[in-house]
Ligand binder design. Structure first.
Ligand code: ADP
Ligand code: MG
Length: 328
């Protein structure tokens, strides 16, 4: 079997807080194959961003603690690398874009200055070559008048343009993996579709794997090959997108799908999953979705359902026989 590009292997991590340890990620296991798009979906606070930041080596060192597990990148455990080795991988083999592009850019440097820096540092380009490449990259991500944009400052650009700049910057060193954390959440709807289209085209063109984090199942349906559903710091379901969306096994996934607005379909009232995400500093010793779940029974309060299955996985006592099929 081919080795995955990324393997999260039983990753657990927590934050120290006044109310105790916040168990932000527990036993998270999933793979990203080379060139594949994996969508990570779940409500706010379920551990999507910290999972991504752990891979990038960008967790706050003062408060975050890795409790166990590995993050293998091309077979190498990133958690054992030194800061300098991680810095080398970032922006080179690994890149990440964020919800707020403005916060990731330096307001006092021009777009050009910020784009050429990694090219010079990681690829050893001369300043002149780097400038030419950066200008071409801006054109590549669909920005007009790239020469003048190179000399602009971030505040002179719209949110959509800035996100294109971030994508150009992320792609500049041809990473093997791009993590996009809610890349379109802060953008206008019309711009959202353009940015997603751009990400998909570029991922295809560069044979790049994409880890796409979103709370929007519509985005997953449109973009991803494989989906990982997270709830309260854990993977509760995963599998090929078409299978999971057509036949969700976990009541949480079923709830997410039911609460999705369907274009063209008018409903009197949109369904929403009742209740709230549990406090990650005080998780129960049983299924964390139990008190929001319409299907919960006594059994659901007697233990934590393990994530079972191979090709399709779900962590629910009642998800039935999880089919152990082989992908086509
Ligand atoms: N720097 C931090 N310090 C303390 N707790 C944090 C920190 N970052 C995230 N958390 C906690 O970890 C949990 C998961 O957060 P996050 O991964 O950001 O969620 P999301 O799925 O919305 O991206 C949340 O409960 C959040 O409060
Ligand atoms: Mg987040």
């Amino acid at each position: 079997m081919t080795q995955p590009l990324v393997r999260f292997n039983n990753l657990s991590l927590s934050f120290a807080s006044d109310s105790g340890r916040v168990r932000a990620v527990q036993d998270v296991t999933f793979d990203v194959m080379a060139g594949q798009t994996v969508g990570i979906v779940g409500e706010s606070g379920c551990g999507k961003s910290v999972t991504a930041l752990s891979l990038m080596g960008l967790l706050p060192p003062q408060s975050a603690h890795i409790d166990g597990g590995e993050i293998l990148f091309a077979g190498q455990n990133l958690l054992t690398l030194r800061q300098s080795q991680m810095a080398n991988l970032r922006g080179n083999q690994l890149a990440m874009i964020f919800q707020e592009p403005m916060s990731a850019l330096n307001p006092v440097l021009t777009i050009g200055e910020q784009l050429v820096e990694p090219l010079i540092r990681h690829l050893g380009d001369t300043p002149k070559i780097a400038w030419q490449k950066a200008t071409a990259l801006l054109t590549d991500v669909g920005l007009a008048r790239a020469e003048s944009l190179m000399k602009s400052y971030p505040h002179q650009l719209s949110g959509g343009m800035l996100q294109r700049v971030m994508i150009a910057m992320a792609l500049s060193c041809k990473p093997k993996l791009l993590i996009a954390d809610e890349p379109t959440t802060a953008l206008d709807v019309t711009v959202q579709a353009q940015i997603l289209g751009l990400l998909r085209d570029q991922a295809q063109r560069q044979q790049m794997a994409l880890m796409l984090i979103t709370h929007d199942l519509g985005v997953i349906a449109q973009m991803a090959d494989h989906v990982v559903v997270m709830y309260a710091g854990k993977v509760v379901e995963q599998g090929p997108v078409a299978d999971v969306l057509r036949n969700p096994l976990h009541p949480y996934t079923q709830g997410l799908i039911a609460s999705r607005p369907v274009p063209g379909e008018r409903r009197r009232r949109l369904y929403s999953i009742p209740g709230q995400v549990p406090d990650l500093a005080a998780l129960p010793a049983y299924c964390a979705f139990n008190d929001r779940c319409a299907k919960a029974t006594e059994r659901c309060r007697q233990g934590i359902p393990p994530l079972e299955g191979q090709y399709r996985q779900a962590a629910c006592f009642y998800s039935g026989q999880v089919p152990v099929l082989q992908p086509e």
